[in-house]
Design a protein around this ligand. Sequence first.
Ligand code: ZN
Length: 313
Amino acid sequence: MRHGMRRLGGAAGIALAATLAIAPAASATTDDGEDHKPAKPAGVVLAPHPLVGVRIAIDPGHSAAGNSRTDAQSADAKVPDGRGGRTECTSTGSIGPEGYTEHEFSFEVSQKLAEQLRERGAIVLLTRLHDDGAGPCVDDRGTFALDHDVDLMLSIHTDAQSGQDQDGFQVVLAAPPLSDSQRGPSHDLAESMAQALQEAGYEPEVSQKSEEDEAASNDSAGSADRQVPSFGSTGDGASEADDTLSEGVVERSDVTTLNFARRPAVQLELGDLGDAEQAAKMSTADAQEQYAEAMTAGVLDWVDGHRGLRPHH
Ligand SMILES: [Zn+2]
């Protein structure tokens, strides 16, 4: 279900862009750009290019086959996972019932996202430039962010949990944090992305783990039915204030790409390839453009609050 898709083009986009250019540090609500009247004529500000000077890495998750690093060629070779263990270099990812794959989806959405971000002035770099054969290992995808001096990185993935009938998204955050950039800046980025996806009509997915955590931390609300979504906001923990996560934002320690990122980074799990109907829709250019539009809105929101704040490693 994708009701109420928010378009960034047209008058609303220009009004939002003008707001960004005039008051880049303001944390104005951006959920209805129509109401934001530019204080100056749009022609004299950076209106069409609110992301000028912003460097963005996009990581299209997975690859068609194998990997590109000789030290991980053998079947049992693994790469560092960023937390002292070893993990698989990369994989083809999920596959839908009709054969549409995660590496295709992530690549196609990433292309569209890159185009939309570039149209707004961003410098966009992708961790892989084709969808044939080998791709980079997950640790290299993470270090790509610092190596290419980007301001933020988005790693694009999808779920494949057949049986779920919502096109739920998750925005994944490395936790516990291994660097300053994995604390506040990545946290804020996750919040901006989750909010933008929700505003575009996508449903957040409540993970099993989060439901269990919620049940464990909230005795009285245990009764099976799902009043769950606002995990993180139960208010009964001492350190809740710093740690509140929006719906759809999840913390994981096992995402190697995020573990290695030394710039604000999140992984987006978009939709559910395991559901045949959804997978068919996700393979269309229209659906992919809509995901890209929502993520572009999230980037604009985050940049609005962080422009000029060069993240620490
Ligand atoms: Zn994946």
